[in-house]
Design a protein around this ligand. Structure first.
Ligand SMILES: NC(=O)C1=CN([C@@H]2O[C@H](COP(=O)(O)OP(=O)(O)OC[C@H]3O[C@@H](n4cnc5c(N)ncnc54)[C@H](OP(=O)(O)O)[C@@H]3O)[C@@H](O)[C@H]2O)C=CC1
Ligand SMILES: O=C(O)C1=N[C@H](C(=O)O)C[C@H](O)C1
Length: 274
C-alpha cells in the first residue's frame, strides 16, 4: 500500500464549506475510503477563500484551497453535497447539472416554487434531496406513515420540533417530511390540513388537521416528536439527533448511490430502500 490519492474514487465537492454542515461534510468526506474530496466552495468575499480546507476546519492540511467558482470545482467532481440556503441551492443545481454531477441537497426552507425550479436540472443530472439525511429520521418517517394509516381521525396528529437558535426556517424540513408522511398515511393532502403557527383565539382544533410546533434554543442539534393524541391515550414517536455526523454520513451515502442512477429527482427513501 502507498499513500497516493485514489483517483478512481468519486470526487466530491462541498458547498457552504464554512457552515455547521459544511464543516461536518468536509470531515466526513476527508475521512472516507469510498470517496475523495475534490473541492470546497464558499461565497465570493468570504474570508476563508484561498485557505486550505483542512486547516480552516482544524483537521490539518488537505492540499485543497477553498474556492469561490463553483462551476470550476463541479467540473472535476462526480457529486456535489450542498447544505446551504435555497437561493444558493438553485444556482448550484443548474451548475451541477451542467457538470453532470450528482447533486445531493440537504438545504431546507425551499418553497414549492423553489422545488419546481429544480426540474430542469433534474433532466440532466441526478438530484437527491431530503429534509433529513439520517437513517433514523427516514425510518421514523416511514413508521409515521404506517401509524397514520392505521389510526383514524380520533387521533390528532402533532409534529413538534426543536433546533438550535441559529436555524432560519420553520417548521424544519424534517417536520414537513414527517407531516407529509402522516398526510400520505391518511390519504389526504398536507396542504389542505396543515395547522402552522397557532396564536391567539384560534378556536378549537380542527379534526383531521396536522399541527406543527417549533422550539428554538441553544445548541439543540435536532429533535422531532410525532404525537398521535386521542381520548385516553397518546402515542409519541421521537428522534433525537446528538451529532451532525448522522446527516453527513447520509449525504455521502446518497452521493455514492446516485453515481449509476438515471437523471431525475430522488430522496433518501430511495437511497435507503425504505
Ligand atoms: N437535510 C439534512 O439532513 C440537514 C439539513 N440541514 C440544512 O442545511 C442547511 C445549512 O445548515 P447549517 O450548516 O446549519 O447552516 P449554516 O448557516 O451554518 O451554513 C450555511 C452555509 O451556506 C453558505 N451559504 C449561504 N448562502 C450562500 C450562497 N448564496 N452562496 C454560497 N454559500 C452560501 C453560508 O455561507 P455564509 O456564512 O457566507 O452565509 C454557510 O457557509 C439548512 O437549510 C439546514 O436546515 C442541516 C442539517 C441536516
Ligand atoms: O438546520 C438544522 O440544523 C437542521 N435542519 C434540518 C431540518 O430542517 O429538518 C435537519 C435537521 O433537523 C437539522
Amino acid at each position: 500500500m502507498n499513500d497516493l490519492p485514489r483517483t478512481d474514487l468519486p470526487g466530491i465537492v462541498i458547498t457552504g464549506a464554512s457552515g455547521r454542515m459544511g464543516q461536518m461534510l468536509l470531515r466526513t468526506v476527508a475521512a472516507s475510503d469510498k470517496a475523495r474530496l475534490v473541492g470546497a466552495i464558499e461565497r465570493k468575499g468570504h474570508d476563508w477563500i484561498g485557505r486550505d480546507a483542512g486547516e480552516a476546519i482544524g483537521i490539518g492540511p488537505l492540499g485543497l484551497p477553498i474556492e469561490d467558482e463553483p462551476l470550476d470545482a463541479f467540473a472535476r467532481a462526480q457529486a456535489v453535497i450542498d447544505f446551504t440556503a435555497p437561493a444558493a441551492t438553485l444556482e448550484f443545481a443548474a451548475l451541477a447539472a451542467q457538470a453532470r454531477a450528482v447533486h445531493v441537497i440537504g438545504t431546507t426552507g425551499m418553497t414549492e416554487a423553489d422545488i419546481a425550479a429544480l426540474e430542469p436540472a433534474a433532466r440532466h443530472a441526478v438530484i437527491v434531496r431530503a429534509g433529513n439525511m439520517s437513517l433514523g429520521v427516514n425510518l421514523l418517517t416511514r413508521l409515521t406513515q404506517k401509524v397514520a394509516a392505521a389510526l383514524d381521525e380520533d387521533y390528532d396528529i402533532e409534529v413538534i420540533e426543536a433546533h438550535h437558535n441559529q436555524k432560519v426556517d420553520a417548521p424544519s424540513g424534517t417536520a414537513l417530511m414527517l407531516g407529509e408522511a402522516a398526510a400520505q398515511g391518511r390519504g389526504v393532502s398536507l396542504k389542505e390540513v396543515s395547522d402552522r403557527g397557532r396564536d391567539g383565539m384560534t378556536g378549537q382544533r380542527t379534526r383531521g388537521h396536522i399541527g406543527f410546533s417549533a422550539i428554538r434554543g441553544g445548541d439543540i442539534v435536532g429533535e422531532h416528536d410525532v404525537m398521535f393524541a386521542a381520548a385516553g391515550e397518546r402515542i409519541i414517536m421521537r428522534h433525537v439527533a446528538t451529532d451532525r455526523s448522522i446527516y453527513a454520513r447520509g449525504a455521502l451515502r446518497a452521493a455514492l448511490w446516485g453515481q449509476d442512477k438515471a437523471p431525475g429527482q430522488y430522496d433518501m427513501m430511495d437511497v435507503l430502500g425504505l
